[in-house]
Design a protein around this ligand. Structure first.
Ligand code: ADP
Length: 385
């Protein structure tokens, strides 16, 4: 009677415990499974008691467990027992989840029993991941903000300084013209001097002012485009990159023909996870650059390839253009950074946008290049699983 009473009391304690408590014998067979374990794994105790504890584990742990337990029983070497660690559990419905597991060992009447205490930590893991994502987004935002401050203080200032200087010049030239006009005692020949002031000084100052204003306008609209990009909604889904590149290459047909370029896309380019619209923009920018920064002495050849490497699918856009010196290879991704501002049209925003999109799609981009030979831009994106 006392024994039965004790057993009942013990069962009540086990069943009200918050943690899952499972006991197994030396062979790994379960002989008790409390209420919390039922809730965590989705099995009723009656379904699993008598079965090997392996059913609660996904592969590869499932296959290794016998060896594990046997090894311990034989050698006494501990890997989990008395230590506790984070492992992966498998519910009745086949889903897997992270859990904390601590195992202790007791000897009851010469028999060895292992008690496993488990706690489902999916929620904690999720919040940890959310926190990591948040920290990453914050770091990105911070970097963007720094870039904007830099641009506002350097790039936007230099056209302003020009506008200021040449406005003063213009004022002086106008004052001088007025002076000449107002001085009735001056002879007719002075009109020639006036003409010279108007056609040289005034017109030169005006064109510098106009250039400065155009430059500022393009910097400001670039900044606006960049800041909009951070807010644009993205939809991550499997993207058929082969089809996407057909569209991109077609839309660049004019530039390709004009440059006498050959663009080849590898057959059966792998798909990836991403946003169709944003990826279209990324590849348009990369191919457009490969066409723009061509080598003067040869026709551009651009090759696009892709390769699945586990979790990542890595695409490459390779050109035989001017190439980029090692010291500039990081800088070209910075906002408004251009290596030869007067050589080609552009605002130095394309690669900044490409990098920003890559980050938003949980990917990364980098360049490998040799001056005079060409460049390979590589873009890693999550693989389709
Ligand atoms: P933009 O083309 O408007 O200048 P990007 O941000 O696209 O702006 O590129 C920044 C700079 O990186 C370019 O000005 C150029 O100097 C360099 N660059 C980009 N792509 C290539 C390339 N494929 N080959 C050589 N240089 C390149």
């Amino acid at each position: 009677m006392a024994n039965e009473e004790n057993e009942k009391r013990l069962q009540a304690i086990l069943d009200t415990a918050v943690e899952g408590i499972i006991t197994i014998d030396e062979a790994g067979v379960m002989d008790s499974f409390n209420r919390a374990a039922e809730l965590i794994f989705g099995y009723a105790a009656s379904e699993v008691v008598g079965q090997n504890v392996k059913v609660l584990m996904p592969e590869p742990y499932r296959g290794e467990h016998d060896r594990y337990l046997g090894h311990y029983v034989e050698t006494g070497q501990r890997k989990v027992i008395g230590i506790g660690r984070e492992v992966v559990g498998r519910r009745k419905d086949g889903t897997e989840f992270p859990m904390d597991l601590s195992v202790s060992e007791v000897k009851v009447q010469g028999r060895r029993i292992f008690t496993g205490i488990v706690r489902d930590i999916s929620e904690r893991k999720r919040s940890e991941r959310q926190l990591e994502d948040l920290a990453r987004t914050l770091a990105e935002k911070n970097r963007e903000l720094e870039a904007v401050v830099y641009v506002a203080s350097h790039d936007l200032r230099s056209p302003l300084v020009n506008i200021q200087g040449f406005s003063a010049e213009l004022r002086r030239a106008c004052d001088r013209a007025h002076q000449i006009l107002g001085d009735t005692s001056r002879p007719q020949v002075d009109r020639e001097e006036l003409k010279a002031v108007l056609s040289d000084d005034v017109s030169e100052a005006l064109s510098f002012i106009q250039n400065g204003v155009t430059k500022m306008d393009s910097l400001l609209s670039g900044l606006l485009r960049f800041s909009r990009l951070g807010r644009a909604a993205i939809r991550i889904e499997p993207v058929d990159m082969e089809a996407l590149l057909v569209v991109v290459v077609k839309s660049l047909d004019y530039q390709i023909q004009k440059g006498g370029a050959v663009v080849s896309v590898e057959a059966s380019l792998p798909s990836c996870m991403g946003d169709r619209i944003q990826l279209n923009q990324v590849f348009t920018n990369l191919i457009d650059n490969a066409l723009k920064y061509r080598h003067a002495e040869r026709e551009p050849r651009i090759e696009i390839r892709g390769e699945v490497r586990g979790q990542e699918t890595i695409y490459s856009v390779e050109d035989n253009g001017v190439g980029i010196a090692p010291q500039h290879q990081k800088k070209i991704f910075e906002i408004f950074h251009r290596l030869d501002p007067n050589g080609t049209e552009g605002e130095g925003l394309g690669l900044t946008i490409v990098q920003r999109v890559a980050e938003r799609l949980h990917g990364r981009i980098w360049v490998e290049s040799e001056v005079g030979k060409g460049s390979i831009f590589r873009l890693a994106l999550p693989s389709v699983t």
